[in-house]
Structures are given as C-alpha cells and as structure tokens.
Design a protein around this ligand. Structure first.
Ligand code: ZN
Length: 280
C-alpha cells in the first residue's frame, strides 16, 4: 500500500492515513486503499473494532486537488465529454468514490473510531463523520469551505446531523472552522484529549469496546444507525449529494468549470484547455 498503513493490535485494526507531507489529502489511490483496508478489517474475524487515524500534523486536508491526483475524470479532458454527456461521468465518479464510500463506511458491521488531529477539511469530514466515534486532539479543527467554490457543501452532507441545523447553516454559509471544544459541545466529537495522547487514548477506548461481544456491538450500531435513518438521515444524505452535484452543474454553467474557484482564471483555463489548478 502506498497511502495507507494497516496493522492489528489484538482485536483492534488500526488504519492510518499515510500522506503526511500532503496533509493526508485524498487521491484516488488513497481512497481505494482505505476502502480495501476497511474490507480487510471487516473480513478478519479476530478484529472487533476499527480505528482510523492519520500520520502527521493534520488528519486530512480533503480531496487532493492536484492534477495528477486523478480524483475523478480528468477535468482537462472533460470539456468535450460534458458537451456530449453532461455531468454523467463526474456524477458517477463522485457517487461511487466520494458519497458511496462514505455511505458504505458508515454502515460497516463493526464499530469504527476516528482519531482526528490538526485540520480536518471538507472531504476530511467524509472520513471521520461515517465513523461511529470521533476522538479529537485538542488542536483539531473542522471546516467545510466548499462554499468558496460556489457549491453548497461536500458530497456527504452530514452537517445538519453533526452540528444541528443552525450551526450547520452558519458553517456552510461562512466556510468557517470550529475547534475541538466547540465540536465536542455540539456533539460531533465524543472526547477531546491532548495531542500527544491521541493515539494512546483512542487505542485504549478501542480495546475497551473490543471486550464486548461482536454480535452485540453490531446490533448496537445497527440500532442507532436505523434510528437516524428512521429520522430521515438516509434520504437527507442522498438529497445532499444531489444538491452537491447541482452545484457542479451550476459552476459549469457559470464558469465553464466544475467549481468556481478564481472564476476569471478558470474561464481562461477553460478557453486555453489548460488545467488552471482546479479545485474540487
Ligand atoms: Zn464534488
């Protein structure tokens, strides 16, 4: 694996994002390896709890925005395709790789714990939100700033469920950060620990949970997730993905590019069929 580390510690699988120099930005390879690691932990009968953590100062800066990341259909080559097929290719990619992965990981049949330090931005939220528990280092901070790209939120729009409606709107409207303390107060984070104790504290909690019967753990998780779905979470998340996709469509209409970052630059890049440093 190039982007992920995987190890087991007794009954706990520990999956570690390992692109610290890129602030654990998510390219296609990282997402694929991460999904395979989750599958491996689920398939291992000895594993009862899964920890997701990250090497380096930051949990994840979101999707890797560099052209070589291949985070979907290469935008530079999409212009002709969009004219013929609209946003079909982009929609399908994001449905499978962004929204789809997060949905799948949310319903893994074993408890998952995310350990978050530093910045957790945009698609970074799509890694920790699907986990059952979130332990935050005291330096953790969270934001979904895609409003700056002319889009209403990331592909997996858990905001209202994680923050409550009013805070969700504030954070979406401003693209601003909340720190670990506020995330804890709002119920998004289970516990805050000093940065240098994050790994140890998360593993201790994982081992405590791993003493429980695996069937009981799975049923407890299913029960709570079903309660959320009974309140409409499943359908709301699906609708959130559709509105995210509508944001891409609107950006194409307005700027000729999937997002509205540096509108003038994007328009120029489109005309010149150069990349222009596009963001997603
Ligand atoms: Zn998108």
């Amino acid at each position: 694996m190039d982007y992920i580390e995987y190890e087991t510690d007794d009954r706990v699988a520990v999956i570690t994002l390992n692109r610290p120099d890129q602030r654990n930005a998510q390219n296609a390879g990282l997402l694929k390896e991460l999904d395979e690691a989750f599958d491996r932990a689920v398939a291992d009968k000895e594993v009862r709890v899964i920890v997701l953590q990250a090497n380096g100062k930051h949990f994840s800066a979101g999707h890797d925005l560099s052209p070589e990341a291949q985070n979907g259909p290469p935008w530079d080559h999409m212009f002709d395709d969009v004219k013929q097929n609209g946003l079909l290719a982009m929609y399908q990619w994001e449905l499978g790789h962004f929204f789809g992965y997060s949905r799948k990981w949310r319903d893994l049949p074993k408890p998952t714990i995310a350990a978050v330090q530093g910045a957790c931005i945009a698609a970074g939220l799509m890694l920790c939100w699907p986990c059952d528990l979130i332990i935050a280092a005291d330096d953790a901070r969270f934001a979904d700033p895609v409003i700056h790209m002319g889009i209403g939120g990331v592909e997996y729009q858990g905001h209202a469920w994680e923050f409550g409606a009013r805070k969700a709107k504030e954070l979406l409207f401003t693209g601003g950060f909340i720190d670990a303390t506020e995330a804890h107060r709002l119920g998004m984070v289970n516990r805050i620990v000093p940065r240098d104790q994050l790994g140890e504290a998360t593993l201790a909690l994982a081992h405590e949970i791993a003493k429980m019967h695996p069937h009981a753990l799975m049923m407890a998780k299913r029960s709570v997730n079903h309660a959320l779905d009974a309140q409409g979470q499943h359908n709301a998340l699906q609708t959130g993905f559709e509105t995210h996709s509508l944001g891409h469509a609107n950006a194409w209409i307005v700027s000729g590019y999937p997002v509205m970052v540096g509108l003038d630059e994007m328009t120029k890049a489109n005309k010149g069929n150069a990349n222009g440093g596009a963001k997603s």
